[in-house]
Ligand binder design. Structure first.
Ligand SMILES: [Zn+2]
Length: 132
């Protein structure tokens, strides 16, 4: 396998670590790719290279997994990474750790419904404080 750069190497390493912790995360593409994007610092680079953030996915797209990733390409990685950043910024790294271990408990861990989590994330996106 050939890696574009160090970030990509870290990205693949993060996948390997997550697989060791909980193999079922691979079935949740926004979570799996979002963490790899966030932890590898690819997210920072992708954010810097953009001026607008208006093409964010619908909840249905996020839940569609590889359908959205096939449609949106690198944009899907960006928004999945921002979703992970939102969880860490607003709920802390412990919440993310719990979600990795039991993704089915996300509503309990984040004390909100999936729809509500999505709405809050959209507000966070539109707010753009996270850009600074
Ligand atoms: Zn990946």
């Amino acid at each position: 396998m050939e890696f574009k750069n160090t970030f990509q190497l870290i990205h693949e390493f993060v996948h390997a670590v997550i697989q060791q912790i909980n193999p079922s995360v691979a079935g949740l593409k926004w979570l799996d790719e979002g963490i790899a994007e966030y932890a590898s610092k690819q997210l920072e680079e992708d954010i810097k290279s953009r001026s607008t953030f208006n093409d964010y996915p619908t909840l249905r797209q996020l839940e569609s997994g590889s359908v959205y990733f096939d449609e949106a390409g690198s944009t899907a990685y960006l928004y999945s990474g921002i979703l992970i950043k939102y969880i860490v910024d607003e709920y802390g790294i412990d919440a993310l750790n719990k979600i990795i271990r039991t993704p089915t408990n996300i509503e309990v861990i984040m004390k909100a419904s999936t729809e509500n989590i999505y709405e809050q994330w959209v507000k966070y996106l539109e707010d753009k404080k996270w850009l600074r």
